[in-house]
Structures are given as C-alpha cells and as structure tokens.
Design a protein around this ligand. Structure first.
Ligand code: BTN
Length: 239
C-alpha cells in the first residue's frame, strides 16, 4: 500500500481522482494525497472541510476479490487501523470509533472514512478508501457550523503534529489489518477490538436505513459489520 504515490497541492477530491485512476486500470495500493480539496466529499452527499496545509486527505485503491456486500466492512476496518495508528502518537487520546465510518474524541469528530466501489458482474472490481483526518486545524479555523461537532488531533495534543508520520502509521496499520481481513474473509479477528473502541454501544441512537428512520439502543455489531439496534419491543434490527 502506498508504494505508488500521487501527491497534489489541490484536487477536487482524492476519492474522485483515485476512482478515475482505478477505472483507468491503476494498480492496487496506489494512494492519492492532496494538500487541499475543493470538493472533498463525505457520506450522504455531505462535503468534507479541507483547508490547505493542515490536515490529511488521502485515498487508496484496493482490488479485493470479494462480494460487494463485504465492502462496507472496509470502513470499519479502516477506522480501527486509524485509531490504533493514532494511539501510537499518544496512547491516552480518548479516540473512539463511531459506526459506520468515523473516529471521535471527546464528543467531536476527528476523522471520516468514505468507501466507494465499482462492481462488474456482481463482483467488486475496485474499492477506493478515502480518509480525512483533522490533524492541525485549530478551533478558530473551523467554520462556525463545525466548531461544536469537529475536533482535531492538535487540539487534543496541544501542539502541531507531523502529518507525514501519521499518514505512514495509518498505511502501515491498514495494510496489515487488510491482509488479515482478506485471509480471514471478514472481521472475526477485529470484533473484540471494535467492542472496546466503539463509542455507540448501549447508547440511544437514530439511524436512517433506506430513507426510514429507526430508533433504538446500539448493541454492538454483527460479524458482518451490521449495527445491532435494539428496538422498543426488545427485538434486534440489523442495519
Ligand atoms: C464522512 O465522514 O462522511 C466521510 C468523510 C471522508 C472524507 C475524505 S477526505 C479524503 C477523501 N476524499 C474525499 O473527497 N473524501 C474522503
């Protein structure tokens, strides 16, 4: 992972560029990094705040031979790799994974993960995993509407942090986790870690599924990575 590397000052979105390169036949493991994104994107058509020179915005191309239904597991896997890589910087950071694709600390979002894929004949042709990490953005630099919900690593550390070291640590962790995941054919080896890393367990949550809002209490994830939602009547809905 990352042996082929594209680094740009500005891109619309590293996910968009990586998807185009994947479509054009680039090798698995290629990574695209940008200093800033003019159209950084998140899940559910949200945008991703991408100021220059502060944070990490990168995407890599994978070509796993898996069923498309397994692809969302990669976001959970990446969240765990990311958390472990960041805890290497500072083991006492209160980093928690939030199903399905975020990293939080002290009630603020630090990082988001966006997996996008392309399928052919019901097989996954390629997956792009895009990660944005708020590293050195200060509270004042965040747009007012994000100030209460977003945080950054430098706010936790009280000092600026080396982005290249953090990127290298994330890629190293993800590469070995990904190989394990491929070998096991799923998340089995990571379920205990998810339990200790998850911020949602036993919390009341509202989740949207196919345009429908479901309320309940989060009760962990299934081995396939679905959220287990305990509903008012005690039944479990998987999302
Ligand atoms: C989310 O929280 O909804 C996911 C956010 C993902 C943002 C990253 S930044 C790098 C990559 N390029 C993008 O356009 N999006 C992802």
């Amino acid at each position: 992972l990352g042996r082929q590397f594209i680094y740009e000052q500005e891109l619309v979105s590293t996910n968009r560029s990586a998807l185009e390169l994947a479509e054009a036949g680039c090798p698995a493991g290629l990574i695209v990094v940008a200093e800033t994104q003019s159209g950084g994107r998140g899940r559910m058509t949200r945008s991703w705040f991408s100021p220059p020179g502060r944070n990490l915005y990168f995407s890599f191309v994978l070509r796993p031979s898996i069923e498309p239904a397994m692809v969302p597991q990669l976001a959970l896997l990446a969240a765990l790799s990311l958390r472990r890589a960041l805890l290497e910087q500072c083991p006492s950071w209160p980093l928690k994974c939030k199903w399905p694709n975020d990293l939080w600390a002290d009630g603020r979002k630090i990082s988001g993960i966006l997996c996008e894929m392309n399928c052919r004949d019901m097989k996954t042709s390629h997956v792009v995993v895009g990660i944005g990490v708020n590293v050195n953005v200060s509270r004042e630099e965040l747009p007012p509407e994000l100030r209460d919900s977003a945080g950054s690593l430098c706010q936790l550390a009280g000092r600026a942090l080396p982005r290249a070291d953090i990127l290298a640590a994330i890629l190293n962790h993800f590469e070995s986790d990904y190989n394990q995941w491929l070998a096991d054919g799923g998340l089995t080896a990571f379920l205990d870690e998810w339990r200790s890393a998850s911020v949602l367990d036993n919390c009341a949550v509202k989740v949207e599924q196919n345009g429908q809002l479901h309320q309940g209490v989060a009760r962990g994830i299934t081995p396939e990575g679905f959220l287990r939602l305990e509903q008012a009547d005690g039944s479990i809905r998987t999302i």
